[in-house]
Design a protein around this ligand. Sequence first.
Ligand SMILES: [Zn+2]
Length: 311
Amino acid sequence: MENIIQEGKRGLLRALTTPNDRTSEISTEHAEKGKVYYCPYCGIEMHLMHPHNSIPIFAKNPGKKHKNSVCKEIDEKGVYHSFAASKSPEELISSFCHTSSKRTGIPKGTDETPPIGKADNKNKPLDDSMKEKQFSSLAQIAKYDLEDFSPTETFGDYQMKDYVLYYRWFKYFFDSQHNPIPINARIVAARYYLCDKKENLLFFEAFSKNLETNSFETILFIVRVNPKSTFQKLLEKFMGYTMSDDGRSSYRKLHKFQDVFLASDSWELLSKSEFDTQTRNIKEYLKKEYIGVYIMDLTNTKQIYLFDPED
Ligand SMILES: [Zn+2]
């Protein structure tokens, strides 16, 4: 019994009433003791419990084991990263853009490897009790499958689409005349396209099929990286010399599909003329019509996360 109670201290703050139905998600205050609930991440059976000296949680039923990396982490470490733990999208995203001056002397070896460059750790010690925590890196957010979220899922005063621009949610980012709207502070999910080595620019695209017109709509995201040395280092994650089938080495994309998260607290919506200026060196490669073009300055490597590439 001791074991179960010990284990029960780790749990989730939200669970499903119907297996695999994200819309049936509820929080602990709306749950009843003795009823069966399901893990939102892997679907195993759970129940409501109120551990001594702790807040109510959804704990896994005896004999069940979480199967998804997100719920496993919650269960093992008691950490529950959530958008709900940040005050606003601006506050969360600013924390990725600007290096904090606060450095706490804490032991290393907690949750994840930084996406690129050197370790930029400000991991906090993990509490023993179940806690909802603010994301401290894009890597943590990347563990969650955006497909599982509804763009209108709410976190306090905000919705999922206020935090993330995902290709399936394009329609929320245009006004009634189909003009792109400012996105300001946002995490965007996009795919590497090309670079401009003269201007230290990286170009990313996100596409979505418009079911009304049956055509593809593409948004272009431009990332300006300074200084040059940082640009070069970052570029090596996307481009390099690889051998082609005929045995010749050439400079090209390292991976056919390299998806990323890009976070900026000040995405700028470009006008047609600004777009022409920014893309003057690579004009010939940009053949498509873009339905929106945004640009940001990368000041911190925490602003970019590379997913495992697909070849
Ligand atoms: Zn689970």
